[in-house]
Design a protein around this ligand. Structure first.
Ligand code: IMP
Ligand code: MG
Length: 178
């Protein structure tokens, strides 16, 4: 039996923050037409589902999946797109929804890729940020919480694909994280 992660943010704290992010985004995009939310799989699926349902503006949802090359490759940390959008984003307002900003490499790569397709606007909404580990200078346009440099699971986030469906955000022991 696996031990439960130590709570960092409760379900109620997450829900309250997601509601205020949704209100802020709804205000900022009001009157601009339809917003395309781009969720980054898999980690952002629960955050995106909650955020998308709380918005009051017209919106659509699409997904990308990204993967970081393992440390064993010649270019460790390099990011690649493993599943692209179905939608054409030219001239559309796009908001990337990501679970966590760690080194910043994933988001940096994705923004560069999407910007080349000439959307009307391109912004980011990130649930968690670990400022201690940042390597690439990126500031999310909308941010849920700043957190310490610990491995976080739950609410969509995993460790080796475990714990994603835990309803709260918790931390697991450093020894467990390989
Ligand atoms: P970055 O490219 O270093 O910013 O890494 C971002 C990606 O690493 C996120 O999209 C997550 O998939 C993953 N990640 C980083 N830190 C954590 C964590 O504490 N828990 C779960 N996933 C994490
Ligand atoms: Mg991710």
């Amino acid at each position: 039996m696996e031990t439960l992660p130590t709570p960092l943010l409760t379900e109620a704290e997450i829900a309250a923050r997601v509601t205020s992010l949704a209100n802020e985004i709804s205000r900022d995009y009001a009157g601009k037409g339809e917003l395309l939310l781009v969720g980054v799989l898999k980690g952002a699926f629960i955050f995106l589902a909650d955020l998308a349902r709380r918005l009051t503006i017209p919106r659509q949802v699409d997904f990308v999946a990204l993967s970081t090359y393992p440390d064993t490759t010649t270019d460790p940390g390099a990011v690649r797109l493993i599943m692209d959008l179905r939608s054409d984003i030219a001239n559309r307002h796009v908001l990337v929804v990501e679970d966590i900003l760690d080194t910043g490499r994933t988001l940096h790569y994705l923004l560069r890729t999407l910007a080349a397709r000439q959307p009307a606007s391109l912004k980011t909404c990130v649930l968690l940020h670990k400022p201690a580990r940042r390597e690439v200078a990126i500031n999310p346009d909308y941010l849920g919480f700043e957190i310490p440099d610990r491995w976080v699971v739950g609410y969509g986030l995993d460790h080796a694909d475990h714990h994603r469906t835990l309803p709260y955000l918790g931390v697991i022991d450093a020894e467990t994280v390989g």
